[in-house]
Design a protein around this ligand. Structure first.
Ligand SMILES: C[C@](O)(C(=O)O)[C@H](CC(=O)O)C(=O)O
Ligand SMILES: [Mg+2]
Length: 558
């Protein structure tokens, strides 16, 4: 938006014209096919006004987002999937680039190995909010460096034969999808986090519908989701930030609702079906009051847990439709009980988004009296409501998120193909073109989950269902752990034989370029820069005569 040349002039017409021109540009951008599946709840003018007077630039991450979009589009058209895993460092991404077309940055891995406060811990997203963006910057810089290094070498080839001898180029610029956790706070934090990711090279980010204060890894207990609209607002905020920054950022909306047991508020009627209430009118004192009373009387943790168990058993905790079915089954006056239950369930289901008020009204019409159902009493001491999600709950949420995200992802507790089918069908019934993501988590016990043959075909089978992006979240730490364990053990026992045979020789056999780590690290590239700066010669060039890498000369392709 080039209005800076205007100096101190205060021209109303001119300012409005500049804004109008920007609005036209933005509208043209939004009419591209890239945005066919995207809904925006604000105008181009809303965005233009927030861009400032600096000329709109295209961030490198936006170009990477375009690339990611194309990669996923192609997989979608072919019924295949981009497969990747959580990368920890430049070594991993350069090796991954040879075989995989996307890179993942895991919040969990960053939490335990790369927090910007250097304080390790489990996956609670309680690390500083620049932790994952910082890792993204680290890896994106390395990608660009290795790309530049390779380009120079190939550019210096003197003939087609020499180029052929180098083999095909490696695409080091593999789009990165990074973990934005639960946004690290409210919407302003979501906005700032998104901005950081765009500035630091992320092609895509994912955000989950957990509370940011109680956030847990998707495979841990005690997960609390936020109301549907609150997460929709996060997704809108991400897109809004990307729009202000002129970025085509890919958004992945994750739902943790499948196994969530808590929700922060009952405000969104779409959640009502899944909120648990007490059904025994004789239980008057809430769980929190009961526990507080016990604490004043000196109860310890064990006693409190027992009190909670007894309280919940007595309170008859149920979802409303279960309470209705139980009431019908107890009602002598109703002859065809199942027909009445079916009549209710046809109107009040996991995907009907019926409010509890309307459900109660219908229940009263069918039963003749009001059902006792109270979701305030069982609230936990932190103030959260009890929630019982499930696959259909995740479908309901994914449908709500779909207009604001490029991909949707249901976090699951088990790698269950049938469940993946149910989720895919549920989403695609309303959004047939929506792309899906799948977490091939090392938190699952894959040995117990399926046969070896099924493990072999799992990704392909999910790909056919529309899961275009699949990732082993933590394969970075697991493979490092395994390799280092084996090497340290063998090294202690066999000394240099362990290194020479199990590392160096294997690098040679497998053509692993890190074998020549001086070259891999870019010593030749940097020497070139040094020589260039000094008119073509340098006595201090690192790769000159005397460099030990001469010893690997016959492995010249590496
Ligand atoms: C994907 C994830 O958010 C991550 O940080 O890697 C974790 C990891 C995992 O358990 O696979 C999660 O799923 O919550
Ligand atoms: Mg995570």
């Amino acid at each position: 938006m080039p209005i800076s040349t205007n100096g101190q002039a205060n021209e109303f017409e001119q300012l409005q014209q500049v804004i109008q021109n920007e609005v036209k540009e933005i509208e043209k951008w939004w009419s591209e096919p890239r945005w066919n599946q995207t809904q925006r709840n604000y105008s181009a003018r809303d965005i233009a006004l927030r861009r400032g007077t600096f000329d709109s630039v295209t961030y490198p991450s936006s170009l990477m987002a375009d690339k990611l979009f194309k990669v996923l589009e192609k997989h979608n058209n072919n019924g295949t999937a981009s497969r990747t895993f959580g990368a920890m460092d430049p070594v991993q991404i350069t090796q991954m680039a040879k075989y995989l077309d996307t890179i993942y940055i895991s919040g969990w891995q960053c939490s335990s190995t790369a927090s910007t406060s250097n304080e390790p811990g489990p996956d609670l997203a309680d690390y500083p909010m620049d932790t994952v963006p910082n890792k993204c910057d680290h890896l994106f810089k390395a990608q660009q460096f290795h790309d530049r290094k390779q380009f120079e070498v190939r550019g210096n080839a003197t003939s087609q034969a020499a180029l052929d001898d180098m083999g095909p180029p490696i695409d080091y610029l593999t789009p990165i999808v990074a973990d934005a956790d639960a946004g690290h706070g409210g919407l302003t934090a979501v906005y700032k986090l998104t901005k950081m990711f765009i500035e630091r090279g992320a092609a895509g980010i994912h955000m989950e519908d957990q509370t940011s204060t109680n956030k847990k890894c998707g495979h841990m207990a005690g997960r609390c989701v936020i109301p549907v609209q609150e997460h929709v607002n996060r997704l809108i905020t991400i897109r809004m930030c990307a729009d202000v920054m002129n970025s085509n950022l890919v958004i992945v909306a994750r739902s943790d609702s499948e196994a969530a047991t808590l929700i922060s508020s009952t405000i969104d009627t779409r959640d009502h079906y899944f909120i648990v209430g007490a059904t025994n009118p004789e239980v008057e004192l809430s769980l929190a009051e009961t526990q507080d009373l016990a604490i004043t009387q000196g109860a310890d943790g064990k006693k409190l847990a027992q009190i909670e168990k007894e309280w919940t058993e007595k309170a008859g905790l149920k979802l409303f439709h279960e309470a209705f079915a139980d009431a019908v089954n107890k009602e002598d006056k109703i002859a065809n009980k199942q027909a009445v239950i079916d009549q209710f369930n046809a109107k009040v289901g996991p995907l009907t988004e019926t409010s509890n008020r309307d459900a109660r009204k219908l229940a009263k019409e069918l039963l003749g009296y009001d059902i006792y159902f109270n979701w305030e009493l069982p609230r936990v001491r932190e103030g959260l409501y009890r929630y019982r999600g499930g696959t259909q709950c995740a479908v309901m949420r994914a449908r709500a998120f779909a207009p604001y995200a490029d991909l949707v992802w249901m976090e699951s507790n088990y790698p269950d193909y049938q469940q993946a089918v149910e989720f895919a069908e549920g989403v695609k019934a309303v959004y047939p073109n929506k792309w899906l993501a799948y977490n091939l988590s090392p938190s699952f016990n894959w040995q117990k989950a399926m046969s070896v043959d099924e493990q072999h075909t799992f990704i392909d089978r999910l790909g056919k269902l529309g899961y275009v992006w699949q990732f082993i979240t933590l394969a970075g730490i697991h493979t490092t752990a395994l390799a280092i364990n084996a090497f340290a053990r063998d090294f202690r026992q066999d000394g240099m034989k362990a290194y020479a045979q199990n590392v160096q020789q294997k690098e040679m056999d497998d053509g692993v370029d890190v074998l020549k780590h001086q070259k891999w690290s870019g010593a030749e590239y940097i020497d070139g820069v040094l020589k260039l700066a000094q008119g073509g010669v340098s006595a201090t060039a690192a790769m000159g005569e005397g460099v030990t890498e001469e010893q690997f000369k016959d492995k010249s392709k590496l």
